[in-house]
Design a protein around this ligand. Structure first.
Ligand code: FCB
Length: 460
C-alpha cells in the first residue's frame, strides 16, 4: 500500500464538532443549563470570559453548516447531542423539543448520504445533576443511562456509530483534579469517583443499547497520549510508564481488561485517595463489549521523573525542539502510528477510529479574502500518512475524523485558538472555508477516484 493511493474501501473520512462548542442558543426550546454554561460564566474560568452563549450559532445556522459538510465530501459527520436539551433538569424530558433538532439534522445528513456519528456526552452535563454531585455521584450513572436510552429510542434506527463519552480523562481529571475545565474542582478523590462513574455509565449505556436492539455500533472515545521518557534513564522511563497509567491505562484497562491498573491505584493511594467507590459487578459492566474504540490524538507527552505529587513531570510541547501548534502542542505524527499499533498490541483487535485530530493555527484572513492555512494542511497530510503507516502495519483502523468542521469555542481557552477547516468570523457569523478545507475535499475525492479506478481495473 502506498500513501495516499490506497486507504481501504469503506475507510470513513469524516469531520467532527461538539454541541457546546458550536450551537449557542443556550436558552432556546427549553434547553436547561449545563455545567459549561455555569463554568464559563464564572469570572476567571475562561480566557476573556468567553462563553458558549452564541458560539457559531449553529443551532440556528445548521442548514448552512450542513451545506459545508456536504461540500467537504465526507462520508460521516461526528457531532454531539446536548444532554440539557433532552433532559433540561437531568431527569424530566424537555416538553419544548430538544430531540427534534437532532432528528432533523440526522435525516438531512442521511439524505445526503452522510453517516451521522453521535457523541452522547461531550462534556455538557446538566447543571441540575452537578448540583447533586455530578459525576462524583453514583446516581449520575443511572441518569446517563436513561438519557442514552431516550436518544437511542429516537435515533437508534438511523445512526451508524454511537460514542458514549468523549475523553472521560479530561472530564474526570482536568475537570475535577486540575480544576481547568468544568466543574472546576481540585480534588483527586473526586476525580477518581468521577472517572469511575463515567466508565460505569458508559457500560450502562452500552447495556441499554444492546437491550433496545439498536441498529448501529457503539463505543467510547478516549484521548490517549503516546508517552515517551525524555531520556533513557531508568527513572525517566519508569515515570513515563507511570504517567501513561494515569492518562491511558486508567480507562483502557477497565474497558478491555476489567481491572484498574494496579501500579496506578497504588500511586493514587499513596496520594491519599481510596477506591472505596468500586462495587461488586462494576468492572464487568464497564467491560461490556464495545464495537469500536475512538481515539483522539493531538500531541504526545514527554515525561521525566520528578518530585511532583505523582512522581513525574510533563515537558511542555515547546521544549521538544519540534514544531508546535499555535497553542503549544508538539506536532509528532509518528506518535499516532505508535499509539495505534500499541493499542492493537496491548488491547487486542477492537476496530479503531481516529475520532479527532487537528491543529490550532494562527489563522488570518488574507488580503484576497482567503485563509491560507498551509501549516494545517501540512499537519493533516502528515497525520494521514501516519494513520496509513498504522494500516500497513496491520492495525484495524476504520476511519478518521478531522477536528473540526469550523472554528469554535475551545473550552477554557475561549475563541482564541482556531482549529477549524472553516474560518468563523464571530462578529458576523460568516463562514470562510480555509485552504485546508479545499485540501481535505480534494484528498477525499482523490481516494474515492483511486478506489473507483482500481475497481474497474481487471484483476491480473
Ligand atoms: C479535544 C476535545 C474537543 C476539542 C479538541 C481541540 O480535547 O474533545 O472538544 O476541544 O480537544
Amino acid at each position: 500500500m502506498s500513501f495516499p493511493s490506497d486507504f481501504p474501501a469503506g475507510f470513513v473520512w469524516g469531520v467532527a464538532t461538539a454541541a457546546y462548542q458550536i450551537e449557542g442558543a443556550v436558552a432556546d426550546d427549553g434547553r436547561g443549563e449545563s455545567i459549561w454554561d455555569r463554568f464559563s460564566h464564572t469570572p476567571g474560568r475562561t480566557a476573556n470570559g468567553d462563553t458558549g452563549d452564541v458560539a457559531c450559532d449553529h443551532y440556528h445556522r445548521w442548514p448552512e453548516d450542513l451545506e459545508l459538510i456536504g461540500n467537504l465530501g465526507v462520508a460521516a459527520y461526528r457531532f454531539s447531542i446536548a444532554w440539557p436539551r433532552i433532559l433540561p433538569d437531568g431527569v424530566t424530558p424537555n416538553r419544548h423539543g430538544g430531540l427534534p433538532f437532532y432528528e432533523r439534522l440526522v435525516d438531512r445528513l442521511l439524505e445526503r448520504g452522510i453517516d451521522p456519528v453521535v457523541t452522547l456526552n461531550h462534556w455538557d452535563l446538566p447543571q441540575a445533576l452537578q448540583d447533586r454531585g455530578g459525576w462524583t455521584s453514583r446516581d449520575t450513572v443511572e441518569r446517563f443511562a436513561d438519557y442514552a436510552a431516550t436518544v437511542f429510542r429516537s435515533l437508534g434506527d438511523r445512526v451508524r456509530l454511537w460514542i458514549t463519552h468523549n475523553e472521560p480523562w479530561m472530564v474526570a481529571f482536568i475537570g475535577h483534579y486540575r480544576g481547568v475545565h468544568a466543574p472546576g474542582l481540585v480534588d483527586l478523590q473526586a476525580a477518581l469517583r468521577a472517572a469511575h462513574h463515567l466508565l460505569l455509565s458508559h457500560g450502562a449505556a452500552v447495556r441499554a443499547f444492546r437491550a433496545l436492539g439498536a441498529a448501529g455500533e457503539i463505543g467510547i472515545t478516549l484521548n490517549l497520549f503516546p508517552t515517551y521518557p525524555v531520556s533513557e534513564s531508568d527513572a525517566d522511563r519508569e515515570a513515563a510508564a507511570a504517567s501513561a497509567g494515569y492518562t491511558n491505562r486508567w480507562f483502557l484497562d477497565p474497558i478491555f481488561r476489567q481491572a484498574y491498573p494496579a501500579d496506578t491505584v497504588s500511586r493514587f493511594e499513596r496520594c491519599g485517595a481510596t477506591m472505596d467507590f468500586v462495587e461488586d459487578g462494576d468492572l464487568p459492566l464497564i467491560a461490556s463489549p464495545i464495537d469500536f474504540l475512538g481515539v483522539n490524538y493531538y500531541s504526545p507527552r514527554r515525561v521525566s521523573a520528578s518530585g511532583d505529587e505523582f512522581g513525574w513531570h510533563v515537558q511542555p510541547g515547546t521544549a521538544s525542539g519540534r514544531p508546535t501548534t499555535a497553542i503549544g502542542g508538539e506536532i509528532y505524527p509518528d506518535g499516532l502510528t505508535g499509539l495505534l499499533v500499541g493499542l492493537q498490541r496491548d488491547y487486542g483487535s477492537v476496530p479503531l477510529y481516529v475520532t479527532e485530530n487537528g491543529a490550532a493555527v494562527d489563522d488570518q484572513i488574507g488580503p484576497d479574502g482567503g485563509v491560507h492555512d498551509e501549516a494545517r494542511i501540512d499537519f493533516l497530510e502528515r497525520h494521514f500518512a501516519a494513520a496509513h503507516r498504522a494500516l500497513q502495519l496491520g492495525v484495524d483502523l476504520r476511519g478518521y475524523f478531522v477536528w473540526s468542521l469550523m472554528d469554535n469555542f475551545e473550552w477554557a481557552m475561549g475563541y482564541g485558538p482556531r482549529l477549524g477547516l472553516t474560518y468563523v468570523d464571530y462578529a458576523t457569523q460568516r463562514r470562510i472555508p480555509k485552504d485546508s478545507f479545499a485540501f481535505y475535499r480534494r484528498f477525499i475525492a482523490g481516494t474515492r477516484e483511486r478506489l473507483a479506478r482500481d475497481a474497474r481495473r481487471p484483476s491480473p
